[in-house]
Design a protein around this ligand. Sequence first.
Ligand code: PSV
Ligand code: MN
Length: 394
Amino acid sequence: MDQAYARFQKSLTDGVDLVKARERLLSQEIETPSWGYADSGTRFQVFHQPGAARTVFEKLDDAAMVHQMTGITPSVALHIPWDKVDDYQKVVDYAEELGLTIGAINPNLFQEPEYKLGSLCHPDAAIRKKALDHILECIEIMNITGSKILSLWLADGTNYPGQDDFRDRKKRLEDTLEVVYEALGDDQRMLIEYKFFEPAFYHTDIADWGMATLLAMKLGPRAQTLVDLGHHPLGTNIEQIVAYLIDEGKLGGFHFNSKKYADDDLTTGSINPYELFLIYNELVAGAEDLQEDLDVAYMIDQSHNVKPKVAAMIQSVEQIQMAYAKALLVDRLSLRKAQREGDIIGAESILRAAYDCDVTALLADIREEMGVPVNPLKAYRQSGYEDKIARERG
Ligand code: PSV
Ligand code: MN
């Protein structure tokens, strides 16, 4: 056995189940977003990157490269109409050729001029109908692509006090979501994403996890809440929200990214990797307590503008994998004991010990077993792919 791995193994306390940790890491999956491979920008400027994907097929090529390097990103989320095509079967077939599947379908309810006052909450029934029809079209796309997840984020909200009636808007939203819910197949689910601001700056119709979860509870078991890490006010304890939602069976999925100030769309783990670890700590603890795998859709949602697209995605995947690996190394029995005894120093130290653990050797070993490069980011940067797409795509 490799010396580094042996050293890593020796550093673990008895309460850590390495066999289970390895199993979990081998089955970890993270979805990447088609829009994370295309040019993006701030509201001030879109910065073109040489080689940025221009079509859904090029986005799939890039996603396949990420999967080839990491081995844990087998599916790709689509955003409609950004990824609109005449024949979705062609997209499915192309993805399959690349060893990928199509993941969550994201309706776009924020770019049409008609949505100035909202989509599903709009005061005009005709606009609500347009938004609803678009979502129903997305469910049709799910049926062709085999996608099981409809991922809903609304830009709906108001900019000024008195602009519209909160309760009327809530009612319009509930009524339209009910139609959407009914249109879903038995094996499909709807994830409701919340965000407390932007593009509206006075109120947002689904502002936080409480509102999203109330909606999901009213709709039924196939509606759940989606946690986008960038969508909370500063200082929010996201890991507690995650724990709550797990306990209620309402944690549907994640949009991973990182933020310093607001919904900055920075790459995952770049600002607060400890927070990412604490979130994974709740996921691991929740799955162990429930004694079942959580049915959670793990996805990256970042529109990184200045880092090269594919490399940034691989870097993000590595960060998520590392956070998960560390959370799997928490000595749970000792942690429980310390918690019951009120040993605050001891409890925190157990978490820190896992967080501080160097998991390089573990991840290298897992990657070797999966048949992917031991250092995905380095391998990618040496692969010449970036130059190739810059040349080919212009
Ligand atoms: C909104 O800020 C959001 O997080 C939603 O998930 C959208 O679908 C996505 O960003 C678009 O980039
Ligand atoms: Mn999101």
